[in-house]
Design a protein around this ligand. Structure first.
Ligand code: ATP
Ligand code: MG
Length: 607
C-alpha cells in the first residue's frame, strides 16, 4: 500500500502486519484470566436485568461472560460502531458468553425511534443476535430509571451525595483544574435528611431546570477531576421517548452507565479510551451500591480500547448528521457515507466488515487505519463470491465491417463465459450467456488512432480478441465533423471463436472487454470516490466541510451484458477490469439497472 502516512500519527498499520498479530489481544487475555480464576463464577442471573435481590433469586448465570454494545439512539451507526459490535459480540461468542444490545437512552432530547430501528437492523445485518431464551428484546437504559432514582436516594441517605444549588458557573470555577484543587460547595455539608427532601422536590418538579443538581460526595481535591463530586442527576423538563413525562430529572451518563452494566450483570464493560478517566468513578459507584446491598457482586469492570480512526472518513454521528442535513450527501445511506447503511448500499458485506474488525484488532493507543485496509477486506470477500460480467463504462461503437459476409447477414452468434473463474471446490461455475453480432460496444480508451508506445489494444492493423468472442483486426475509425471518433472499424477473423479448436490459430497480445449492441443493456453506473480529500478531515478542529471532494460522485451511462441486467438489488458483481459493483438497493430496477462502484480491483487509494 503506497498511501502516504498522514502527518502527526503513528504509522498506519498494514493488513499483513496486523494479521500476524491477530490471534490474541489484551481484552482476550483479561477474559481468559477471569475465566481461569473464576472471577465471575459465582454470579447469578434471574433471566432479566435487576438489582441484587432479583439476581440472588435466579440461577447460576449460564453465560460465562456478559458484554454489551450500548449505542445512544441519536444517529445512524458507523464503521467505528461496527468495530465495537464485532468486538463485543465476537468476544461473547468466542467465550461462551452473551452480548447485550442496550439502548443508552438516558438523554431525553436527542433520541428517536428511527435511530432505534436502524441500530437493530445494523446489528442483525452484521450477523449478530442478542436474543436469549425467553428474552429477545434489546434492553433500554431508560427502563432502569426507577432503580437509578432509588440508587440516588440510597447514596444521599448514606451520606455519599448532596444537592448542590450553586450556579453552573460557580460549580465550574469551584471544581478547580489540573493544577488547582477544587473548593467545597457551601451546600456540601447539608444533612442527608435535608438532601433527601431537596432531591424529592427536584423529582416533584418544584425547581427550575438547571437550578440545582445532585452530586456524588467524593473528593474535591482529587487529582482526577472526574472524582471532584461529579453531578449525577439534573433537572430537565423533557419528554422521553420511552418514559414520556414521568420524569423531570434525569441521571447523568457517568452515573447511569455503570448502573446499567451492573443491573444486566455485565462482566466486561468495554468502551473507548475517552472513558479511562471515568473508571475510578465507575468503580466507586459500584462499591457504594454493592456495599448498600443494591447491586449484586462481583461488579462489572470497565476496560478501554482505542476507537477506530479511519483515513478519509469521519466517525462522529453529529458530523455525519451535518452532512445529511446540509444535503452534502443524499442521506444516511448515501454510498459515500461510512454509516453501516451507507457501506451496505455501497456493496460492503457483513463478512468484509467482520474481517476488517478482526484485522485491525484492538489496541490501547490511538492510531489511524488506512482506508485501503477496509477496501482490501471487501475485495478479498468479493473476489471468490462475485459473479463476473462485462460492462462498458465509456462506450464507443465497434463495427465489424465484414461480419455479414463471414458470419451471415444479421447473424448473432451465441457466446458464453463462466461467472466464477475459481468456483468453490467440487462445484461448477454458473455460465453467462451473451451474443456477438456486427456491432459491439467497447471502451473508448481501447482504441488509439496513433498508438502510444507499448499499446496493445486496438489501432489500425492490430489484432485483439473480444473476450469470450472472436479475434478481430482493426482497420480504422469514423469521425464526426468535430473530429470526435464515432465508430471504430474492424474485421472479424472467422474460425477464432473462444472455446473452439480454432481459437488459438491467431495469436494476439490483448483481449478486450465488450458488450453486444444487440443484447447489451443500458445501466446507470455511479462511480464513487472518497468523500474527503484530506486524510484526516476533522482532525485538530478542522472544518471538514472544506475538504469535501467535489468529484466524489460521477454518474455515467454504461452498457452491461445481459447477465448483469438480471441483477437483483444488492447483488454484487465484478465488472471485469473495472472493479466490484453492486446493484443499488434503493434505485435498481429490472427495466432501469443502477449499479454502484463498491471498490476498484486494485488498491488505488491515495494514488
Ligand atoms: P459518536 O461520537 O459517533 O456519537 P459515540 O461513542 O457517542 O459515537 P455511542 O452510540 O455512544 O456513540 O457508542 C456506542 C458504542 O460504540 C460505544 O461503546 C462506543 O465506545 C463505540 N464506538 C463509537 N465510536 C467508535 C469508534 N470510532 N471506534 C470504536 N468504537 C466506537
Ligand atoms: Mg455518545
Amino acid at each position: 500500500m503506497s498511501t502516504p502516512t498522514p502527518a502527526n500519527t503513528q504509522p498506519v498499520a498494514t493488513a499483513a502486519a496486523q494479521d500476524a498479530a491477530k490471534p490474541s489481544n489484551f481484552l482476550r487475555q483479561i477474559i481468559e484470566k477471569d475465566l481461569e480464576q473464576g472471577t465471575y463464577a459465582t454470579r447469578r442471573w434471574a433471566g432479566s436485568p435487576g438489582d441484587a435481590a432479583h439476581h440472588a433469586a435466579g440461577q447460576p448465570d449460564p453465560a460465562k461472560i456478559r458484554t454489551r454494545f450500548p449505542p445512544e439512539p441519536n444517529g445512524y451507526l458507523h464503521v467505528g460502531h461496527a468495530k465495537s459490535i464485532c468486538l463485543n459480540f465476537g468476544l461473547a461468542r468466542d467465550y461462551g458468553g452473551v452480548c447485550h444490545l442496550r439502548f443508552d437512552d438516558t438523554n431525553p432530547e436527542k433520541e428517536d425511534q428511527e435511530y432505534v430501528n436502524s441500530i437493530i437492523d445494523a446489528v442483525k445485518w452484521l450477523g449478530f443476535d442478542w436474543a436469549q431464551p425467553g428474552n429477545n428484546q434489546p434492553y433500554q437504559a431508560s427502563d432502569y430509571f426507577d432503580f437509578m432514582y432509588r440508587a440516588a436516594e440510597y447514596l444521599i441517605e448514606a451520606g455519599h451525595a448532596y444537592v448542590d444549588e450553586q450556579t453552573a458557573e460557580q460549580m465550574r470555577v469551584n471544581r478547580g483544574d489540573f493544577g488547582k484543587p477544587g473548593v467545597d460547595s457551601p451546600y456540601r455539608s447539608r444533612t442527608p435528611a435535608e438532601n433527601l427532601a431537596r432531591f424529592r422536590e427536584m423529582r416533584d418538579g418544584r425547581h427550575e431546570d438547571g437550578s440545582m443538581v445532585l452530586r456524588a460526595k467524593i473528593d474535591m481535591a482529587s487529582p482526577n477531576i472526574n472524582m471532584r463530586d461529579p453531578a449525577i442527576y439534573r433537572i430537565r423538563r423533557a419528554t422521553h421517548h420511552n418514559t414520556g413525562d414521568k420524569w423531570c430529572i434525569y441521571p447523568m451518563y457517568t452515573f447511569a452507565h455503570p448502573i446499567e452494566d451492573a443491573l444486566e450483570q455485565i462482566t466486561h464493560s468495554i468502551c473507548t479510551l475517552e472513558f479511562e478517566d471515568q473508571r475510578p468513578f465507575y468503580d466507586w459507584l459500584m462499591e457504594r451500591l454493592i456495599e448498600g446491598g443494591l447491586l449484586a457482586a462481583p461488579a462489572p469492570r470497565q476496560y478501554e480500547f482505542a476507537r477506530l480512526n479511519l483515513t478519509y472518513v469521519i466517525t462522529s454521528k453529529r458530523k455525519l448528521a451535518q452532512l445529511v442535513y446540509d444535503h452534502k450527501v443524499s442521506g444516511w445511506d448515501d454510498p459515500r457515507m461510512p454509516t453501516i447503511v451507507g457501506l451496505r448500499r455501497r456493496g460492503y458485506t457483513p463478512a468484509a466488515l467482520q474481517m476488517f474488525a478482526e484485522r485491525i484488532g484492538v489496541t490501547k493507543s490511538d492510531s489511524w487505519i488506512d482506508y485501503g485496509t477496509l477496501e482490501g477486506c471487501l475485495r478479498e470477500d468479493l473476489e471468490a463470491k462475485a459473479h463476473r460480467g462485462m460492462a462498458v463504462i465509456n462506450p464507443v461503437k465497434l463495427v465489424l465491417t465484414n461480419w455479414d459476409e463471414v458470419m451471415g447477414a444479421g447473424h448473432l452468434e451465441p457466446c458464453s463465459l463462466p461467472a466464477l473463474p475459481h468456483p468453490p471446490e467440487g462445484t461448477e461455475s454458473p455460465v453467462r450467456h451473451f451474443t456477438i453480432g456486427k456491432e459491439v460496444w467497447i471502451e473508448r480508451e481501447d482504441f488509439e488512432e496513433v498508438p502510444p508506445k507499448g499499446y496493445k489494444r486496438l489501432f489500425p492493423g492490430n489484432k485483439v480478441r473480444l473476450k469470450g468472442g472472436y479475434v478481430i483486426e482493426c482497420t480504422g475509425c469514423a469521425k464526426d465533423a468535430s473530429g470526435q471518433i464515432t465508430e471504430v472499424l474492424a474485421t472479424v477473423v472467422g474460425g477464432t471463436k473462444s472455446g473452439t479448436p480454432g481459437a488459438d490459430s491467431v495469436k494476439v497480445k490483448a483481449a478486450i472487454t465488450w458488450v453486444g449492441v444487440a443484447d447489451g443493456v443500458q445501466a446507470e453506473v455511479r462511480m464513487y470516490d472518497r468523500l474527503f480529500l484530506d486524510a484526516q478531515p476533522d482532525a485538530g478542529g478542522k472544518d471538514f466541510i472544506e475538504s469535501l471532494n467535489p468529484n466524489s460522485l460521477k454518474v455515467v451511462t454504461a452498457i452491461v451484458e445481459p447477465s448483469l441486467a438480471n441483477a437483483k438489488p444488492d447483488d454484487k458483481f465484478q465488472f471485469e477490469r473495472h472493479g466490484y459493483f453492486v446493484a443499488d438497493r434503493v434505485d435498481h430496477r429490472a427495466e432501469k439497472p443502477v449499479f454502484n462502484l463498491a471498490v476498484g480491483l486494485k488498491d488505488s487509494w491515495g494514488k
